[in-house]
Design a protein around this ligand. Structure first.
Ligand code: PMP
Length: 280
């Protein structure tokens, strides 16, 4: 298959970067993953807006105006124009002699490719998750390729045969290692407010909008570790995660949340999400 690297489409085996690329050496870069339902873009503008936000936050100058057309070429070249798929893109600072400071005038490295994604049937799946301390930095709103803390966290649940690691910081549940988290309690839904403690999930934002549209009370208020026993239902959201029910949460070797039924509220949200993604 082919990848787009710095202006050319190349066979994967032929696409190469310098060992001095700051993305490779320091994790000095950002990325984005954007979904396509049957070849149709879903929330592409929001993904590109977040990409631009991240570029601005890390002080990287890169013109993203071509990306809107390139994503379709990526799908086409991967033979995914009429499939469920996602496009991965990353921009790293580029190649420069190793320094702690960010050098001036270096050419960013831009990589993009499309891959198949399973976007059907999420409403019939569920996750079991692990609750674990958030060891990441203080700018989780930046979608950085520095993944070490995320992969270490995610591996903890993977090793236990679980689907995701949910993170907490100072007694507050923030988000998953690769998803946002929502809690249903009574007639209200809670999710961590926007800010540097979480990634500003595109699906999170879309689901908050859906709640408002459906007249479901949504509060951007975090849930504390001590409150987990009072929660009725949990779900995670993400670009390929969509709206995933959580039926068990493990914390320090114990099951602290278990639920096998699905409320009308969650059913409504999932079917509204499906409807929106079918009508693109
Ligand atoms: N939080 C983190 C840490 C993530 O990596 C992701 C997946 N990109 C999300 C939340 C969900 O964000 P989105 O809905 O934009 O995929």
């Amino acid at each position: 298959s082919e990848v787009y690297l710095n202006g050319s489409w190349l066979k994967t085996e032929e696409a190469k970067i310098s060992v001095f690329d700051r993305g490779f050496m320091h994790g000095d870069g950002i990325y984005e993953v954007t979904p396509f339902y049957n070849g149709m873009a879903f929330l592409l503008e929001d993904h590109l807006e977040r990409l631009n936000y991240c570029l601005e936050q890390i002080g990287l100058n890169f013109d993203t105006s071509e990306i809107k057309n390139l994503v379709y070429e990526a799908l086409e070249r991967a033979g995914l124009s009429n499939s469920d798929a996602a496009v991965y893109m990353q921009i790293s600072r580029g190649m420069a002699p190793r320094t702690h400071f960010i050098p001036n005038d270096i050419q960013p490295t831009f990589l993009m490719y499309a891959f198949p994604a399973t976007l059907e049937g999420f409403e019939n799946k569920s996750w079991k998750v692990l609750l674990s301390k958030d060891l990441r930095w203080h700018r989780c709103d930046i979608k950085t390729t520095s993944w070490l803390a995320n992969t270490m966290a995610n591996s903890k649940s993977h090793e236990l045969g679980l689907n995701e690691t949910i993170l907490y910081r100072d007694q507050v549940i923030t988000e998953g290692s690769h998803s946002s988290i929502f809690f249903i309690k009574g007639n209200s839904i809670y999710t961590h407010p926007e800010g540097p403690a979480i990634l500003l999930g595109i699906t999170r934002k879309f689901v908050i909008g859906l709640c408002r549209e459906l007249g479901i009370e949504i509060r951007e208020k975090p849930v504390l570790l001590s409150e987990i026993g009072n929660i009725d239902e949990i779900f995670c959201t993400g670009t390929t995660t969509q709206i995933m029910q959580v039926n068990e949460m493990i914390f320090e070797g114990k099951s602290v949340f278990k639920n096998c039924r699905k409320s009308e509220t969650l059913k409504k949200l999932q079917s509204a999400f499906k409807e929106k993604t079918l009508k693109l």
